[in-house]
Design a protein around this ligand. Sequence first.
Ligand code: ZN
Length: 396
Amino acid sequence: MANKSIILLPMLLLVSVVAMCLSEAAIVSEPSSDKGFQRALSSLADGRNKQAERIASEVVESAGENAWRAWLIVATARHRLDRYAQADEAYKQFLSLCRSPSERAYVMEQINRCRLAREKSVRPVVVSKLLSARKRAKLSTVDNRKFTESSEHFVVRSHNSELAKLIVKHAEIALGRICRTILAGQDYPHSVNIYVWPTVAQYRKHAVSAPEWSGGGFSLRQDKNGRLVRSINLTQLGKDGLFDADMLDRILPHEMCHLVLAEFFGDAPCPLALNEGLAMMAEASVDNSRVMLAGTALLGDSKITLRKLLMTERCNAGNAAVFYAKSFSLTAYLHKRMTPGQFREMLTHIKTGCPLEEAVQRALYVPVDETFLKRLSTAWEAETLRQWQFLSALEE
Ligand SMILES: [Zn+2]
């Protein structure tokens, strides 16, 4: 969540910059937009950031270039709301029209702060490593009543108030990472309900579409008014009756990634291997046992060819472990070898119905060639073996 202190110091400077702006705005703007500017400014001063953003955006829209200084109010409100990418856009709009060296220096500094905050917000956090025994015990308690915590993208309901706070924070961090990896930095302008059920039995009772074996799942459905309702269901306690930290480290980001992908791909056929591979990449840390298994499977009897992997539409208990390991290995390989723009372009081609190998070739701007899948397979298998050898050497 927000580091509110980033705003305290520049606030005085901002007020003086905006005050300077006001005298000029009164000259260059229409009276109605000037009134709007004043209202937006006082909303900002009162900490009503969403209102300030809305009014200032209206001023920008209605008065056009004359009201360009309102961009600074829009940017500051977004910055305070931790919407760094959108704040960055608004700061740049202001900067493109501002000629004052001191104002430009101030705004450049804010752009830099947005960048740093954004980088920090998308860094994976392995929550289980940060929890003390005391904190875990607290997170294992189940209160009779439900607590609700909200953020920009999430409404979390849990029978443990501490847990609701922790989830809302880490859900935003995970979403930031997913948006950077999958949506190439785009925003996700939606709200997601997260329900935390105390036990697996309660989870299964409420998350009706969830697979038997799962402890978490997502759903994307239309309500009776045709609006899309986005939900993630989670389980608070493990089999031992204690808080299951895996829910924060793996299940929450994994299911969230599936939810984002379900909406991104819509009805387009995305290979299950890619879908699961991306969801595993969204998890807070790399599971080395998957990397090892992808290598040992190549050397043993349980090898799955790339063609077969891409054609797999469901897996069973017998082949699930190898399928997941190979899916992660393939997706991570493609992600590492392509630039973020190329990766995003590959996903966009898949969305339009291209098979994965064709989508990769198009994203790389190479002529579509029938031998490509074979060459991709050879290169990926060689990399899988290299990683397996590396990890094996570390274990010796
Ligand atoms: Zn999955």
